[in-house]
Design a protein around this ligand. Sequence first.
Ligand SMILES: [Ca+2]
Ligand SMILES: [Ca+2]
Length: 203
Amino acid sequence: MRRRTLARLVCMLFLGFCLFPLTVYGAGGAIQDAVGDWVPGVSTTGGNSYTDITKVQFVLNKTIMTVTFTLVNDVPSIPPSERLDYWIAIDSDQNPTTGRTDKPSVFNGIGVDYEVAVLYDADHSSWLYIVWNHTLWPTYSSRYSAGSYLISGNRVKFSFPLSEVASPTNFNFVFATSEHGLSPLIDAVDHAPNTGFITFGKT
Ligand SMILES: [Ca+2]
Ligand SMILES: [Ca+2]
């Protein structure tokens, strides 16, 4: 009998957990972005359609952040540029005066402590996945991230653990793309949201 009672109790607890999961840290959403709205003053020549954001989806599942960019057209496997970036800029301490502050028109005034990016670098002739730590800015420290990424058609998706960006409990962020090259001349930046930023956290 005792075994049956114990089995029933375990079963009830399991069902209760399934019906009422203890999710205490998770959120998500999406930002729609206009077509052809590269950042004025930064984008001198307009841009290629694969840098033009139409939507960014973002999900925070406990401590794993997943970001999916949707662009106007497919991302080329070998871009005609020196550098092509898809990134999230994170203000991990919610302090606009710390971290990178040199491009307020791109980052909308947040103090960028970390950037997590999927990028193509012509110097390496390959795609890379990197986290920049701007805590020591302007000493530009970089390293490869423990995250993962997928480029498929007009989508760029990547995931990374928050431990890569100092495990913040509350943080602000902005998404951006950029492409630069001299031959042909390319210099384009798009971002989302166009003004302000998104906040995730426990509060
Ligand atoms: Ca856009
Ligand atoms: Ca900051």
